[in-house]
Design a binder for this molecule. Structure first.
Ligand SMILES: [Ca+2]
Ligand SMILES: [Ca+2]
Ligand SMILES: [Ca+2]
Length: 282
């Protein structure tokens, strides 16, 4: 008994379980619960989990099955049944072998919890492993580039822009923000940073809907170039849109002439004041 307890205690994480089984007089040697479960690489829709193979009987031999589960909640023995079981679990290797598995089909920017039970050929199932957590990477699909930016309705100090909303992921979903800029010279990727950003860009509408925005505060009678970029919630930024140009209305009249001069040889002289001689008193 002492030796058995001593050896059982070396099993990672199962000493108390086997001890309890001994006290109850029901001694079943199950695969050891996997300790040392950790997560490693993650993508926007997958996380890799790594652990060390237990055995068929505690830490000896080779187990027969893994049951790998994940949840967005912490996993316990109590809620194990409601955690999502992956499909295609690997076949266990000999006790002590490093194992790994890529859990796929996950959502971006989300924390997941993972746990494993191991079964032998009967199967006798182990207790739950330690719980490892990991976070999926943000999604990486930017909105598509806008290709139909156009100008209309020029006034003396504004020009209206119209375009079709792209989406969160290329042409689907709803993006999160626009960056609209203008310049008096054609906008390119190289000079985008120095173009003037407007204030109060509108919120993107769902992909495919038409949007309009009046750029105000412009100078009269000037040709402006406009371009824009779109970002999703990450943010992943689109590339530059097409560049649209427009000229504000000329509402500035000529300045008043202030140096008009007549030099045709004579000027109109004012009439001479009549002389008035009065002798009020003599
Ligand atoms: Ca066994
Ligand atoms: Ca998104
Ligand atoms: Ca996206």
């Amino acid at each position: 008994m002492g030796n058995l307890w001593k050896s059982a205690s070396r099993f990672r994480g199962v000493g108390p379980i086997i001890g309890t089984a001994i006290l109850l007089g029901v001694f079943v040697v199950v695969p050891a619960a996997d300790a040392g479960l950790i997560t490693s690489d993650s993508t926007s829709n997958s996380i890799t989990i790594n652990w060390t193979a237990p055995g068929d009987d505690g830490d000896f031999g080779t187990a027969s099955f893994y049951d790998i589960r994940y949840s967005t909640l912490n996993i316990t023995e109590a809620n194990w049944g409601s955690a999502t079981q992956v499909s295609g679990e690997p076949v266990p290797h000999t006790a002590g072998t490093p194992e790994s598995f890529i859990v796929t089909g996950l959502s971006p920017s989300t924390t997941y919890y993972f746990a494993i039970k191991s079964g032998d050929e009967i199967p006798n199932w182990s207790a739950i492993s330690n719980v490892a957590s990991g976070v999926t990477a943000p999604e990486s699909i930017p909105p598509r580039n806008i290709t139909n930016l156009a100008t209309s309705n020029p006034t003396g100090n504004s020009i209206t822009l119209t375009w079709t909303a792209p989406g969160d992921d290329s042409s689907s979903g709803t993006a999160s923000q626009y960056d609209i800029r203008y310049s008096t010279s054609p906008i390119t990727d190289a000079n985008w940073a120095s173009a003037t950003q407007v204030n109060g860009e509108p919120t993107p509408l769902p992909a495919g809907q038409q949007q309009t925005f009046a750029v105000t505060g412009l100078q009269s009678g000037v040709t402006y170039y406009f371009a824009m970029k779109t970002a999703d919630e990450v943010p992943n930024w689109s590339g530059l849109s097409n560049v649209a140009s427009g000229t504000t209305a000329d509402i500035t009249p000529p300045s008043a002439i202030d140096d008009l001069d007549a030099d045709a040889g004579f000027e109109i002289a004012p009439p001479a004041l009549p002389l008035r001689h009065e002798i009020l008193m003599t």
